[in-house]
Design a protein around this ligand. Structure first.
Ligand SMILES: Cc1cc2nc3c(=O)[nH]c(=O)nc-3n(C[C@H](O)[C@H](O)[C@H](O)COP(=O)(O)OP(=O)(O)OC[C@H]3O[C@@H](n4cnc5c(N)ncnc54)[C@H](O)[C@@H]3O)c2cc1C
Length: 305
């Protein structure tokens, strides 16, 4: 398994810093289908996932509403642990960015940007965001590349901020429906299994339109703009001013699917090729998992046949 990332996680990532860790991609996940509920139950038993019980609110032009408790799950001690747990026992190379796929009689080979070649493999599974899948599949499987190109993604700026004191807010997560840039804030340090001692750590996500409009801005500038909006929210909700001791922005160019392709995965038995990812079915962790399972079944069926 090759992954261009520095470690496990993809968009379910945890970024470490001298001020503590931040889940800067997916904040939590929900489990609705029975197979995924079962899988999450297994992760909970293994101690790598736990329910996130807290106060969650939503603010729009009419004001603040606290939301009823929902079944939200997080990885322990960070979101990326969910992925790391599933990789146990597998041969994974991080920092390996695939830039070419080739199929010959002996099987699939994968070329990476650093000039290495891996393979031959009996079966290829492409499990990357749709725009990157379209690029990789362009010459070897143009029909799949065309389908991947139909899936549309929205970007998201994510700001990680640690403060020299508590912001004194009465909620752990707030969905912002009336903001100019911010769409979500969460007290990351209040999630279960995290270091609870100071500094208090918050993750801020920007809404898709604002992220699109600012996607090429330097990260420091984005931090400034989003922090200014956060200060307004803190004042509005009776919080306390605090100074950031750590402030970073991460640009997720392909954050959430806005138009999925509508099949669990793409599979071509004659080519021993499967393609999966959240964008096949939707935009959530559960849909990524469901698509991955469908691809795994297609590989097993090919091997059996
Ligand atoms: C800001 C943000 C907030 C989110 N919030 C939520 C939420 O609250 N709840 C929820 O359920 N979901 C949320 N999501 C969505 C969720 O994270 C995704 O649906 C899910 O992680 C997708 O998993 P995936 O395996 O399909 O893709 P990814 O997680 O993107 O994994 C793809 C992997 O492929 C690797 N890769 C890409 N290109 C190459 C290449 N050329 N060569 C080698 N490796 C490559 C990447 O490094 C990555 O590890 C959020 C996502 C973001 C970004």
């Amino acid at each position: 398994m090759l992954d261009k990332g520095r470690g496990p996680g993809g968009r379910v990532s945890t970024r470490r810093s001298e001020s503590g860790a931040f889940d800067h991609g997916a904040q939590y996940f929900t489990a609705r289908s029975l197979p995924f509920v079962d899988a999450v139950g297994g992760w909970a038993q293994a101690g790598v996932a736990q329910r996130w019980v807290g106060q969650f609110g939503e603010v729009d032009s009419e004001g603040l509403r606290m939301l009823p408790h929902r079944n939200l799950w997080v990885g322990i001690p960070g979101m990326s642990r969910i992925v790391a747990h599933q990789l146990e026992g597998l041969d994974v190379r991080f920092g390996a960015e695939a830039c070419g796929l080739a199929r010959a009689r002996r099987g699939w080979t994968v070329q990476t940007v650093s000039g290495e070649e891996f393979g031959p493999f009996d079966h290829a599974v492409v499990a990357v965001p749709a725009p990157q899948a379209a690029e990789l599949l362009g010459t070897v499987a143009p029909a799949f590349a065309a389908r991947a190109s139909c899936a549309k993604f929205a970007p998201c700026w994510s700001v990680m901020a640690a403060f020299d004191g508590s912001l004194g807010l009465a909620f752990e997560g707030l969905r912002v429906r009336s903001g100019s840039g911010i769409s979500w804030i969460a007290r990351d340090s209040a999630k279960p299994g995290r270091a609870a001692e100071p500094p208090e750590r918050w993750v801020l996500h920007a809404c898709p339109d604002w992220s699109e409009a600012t996607i090429e801005l330097p990260p420091d500038e984005v931090c400034g703009l989003m922090m200014r909006e956060l200060v307004g929210l803190v004042e509005r909700f009776g919080g306390v001013a605090a100074t950031p001791v750590h402030l970073r922005a991460h640009r997720w160019r392909y954050a959430r699917t806005v138009a999925p392709v509508g099949s669990p995965c793409l599979h071509e038995p004659a080519m021993s090729l499967s393609v999966c990812g959240d964008w096949c079915l939707g935009s959530r962790v559960e849909e990524a998992w469901t698509s991955g399972m469908a691809a795994a079944e297609s590989v097993l069926a090919s091997a059996a046949g």
